[in-house]
Write a protein that binds this ligand. Structure first.
Ligand SMILES: C[S@@+](CC[C@H](N)C(=O)[O-])C[C@H]1O[C@@H](n2cnc3c(N)ncnc32)[C@H](O)[C@@H]1O
Length: 201
């Protein structure tokens, strides 16, 4: 691979895309932000320059075995289980052998532990349910990241990745990765509630 361009994808980048990566998102506000004065008129999020608008549930728009690594933070929980497996299969298809997939999702296990630890709080059950963000709302029309369609723990995330073809997904921790530039992409703000998992194609 010496001298070859390393293609790196950030799926569901939101506004946290980084230089040198293909930042992918399907928010309709990307289109609005590209209209003359669109950012100001529609107060769209500050999308990364060159963000690629694509719905990865349909297809990841790259060829077989063409990508070195894929990062995705707080996006797979916005798919149904079947959709997430289909997207992970697409990741498997586009990754080169030895390529890395790193997925970060909210950790149901952490949230359940927090709930059980909060037994002095009479409203802990309500706080727990609203933290899961499982209720659809009108916000979903403009923001595909507004509510969750599923929640993962380490076992269900590993199972989903195995069903997509990744033989040995491994739990990881914040900032520890086979991806060399992880410090530039992983978000400290997600650290306390996240589950990190990495798999090699
Ligand atoms: C909660 S945000 C996460 C943003 C960022 N990665 C982070 O961790 O803060 C989820 C992002 O996934 C994007 N998204 C949801 N469904 C998608 C799809 N089918 N294809 C591409 N992007 C999608 C949403 O538009 C949203 O920007």
């Amino acid at each position: 691979m010496t001298g070859a361009v390393q293609l790196k994808l950030n799926i569901g980048c939101g506004t946290s895309g980084i230089e040198g990566w293909v930042n992918i998102d399907n928010s309709p506000t990307i289109l609005l932000s590209r209209l003359p004065f669109g950012r100001r008129i529609f107060r769209t999020p500050d999308w990364p320059r060159g963000v690629l608008r694509a719905d990865v549930r349909k297809r990841i728009p790259f060829g077989n075995s063409s990508v070195s690594c894929i990062y995705s933070s707080h996006t797979f929980e916005h798919f149904t289980y079947e959709e997430s497996r289909a997207v992970a299969r697409e990741c498997f298809r586009v990754l080169r052998p030895g390529g890395i997939l790193r997925i970060v999702v909210p950790d149901l296990g952490i949230m359940v532990c927090d709930y059980l630890a909060g037994n002095a709080d009479p409203m802990a059950s309500h706080r727990f349910i609203s933290r899961l963000l499982l209720t659809a709302s009108v916000r979903d029309i403009v923001h595909a990241g507004a509510h969750h369609k599923q929640m993962f723990d380490a076992r269900s995330l590993a199972r989903m990745l195995q069903e997509a073809g990744f033989l040995a997904p491994e739990c990881s921790t914040f900032g520890r990765s086979r991806i060399a530039e992880i410090a530039g992409i992983e978000l400290e703000s997600r650290r306390s509630e996240s589950l990190y998992m990495e798999a090699v194609r």
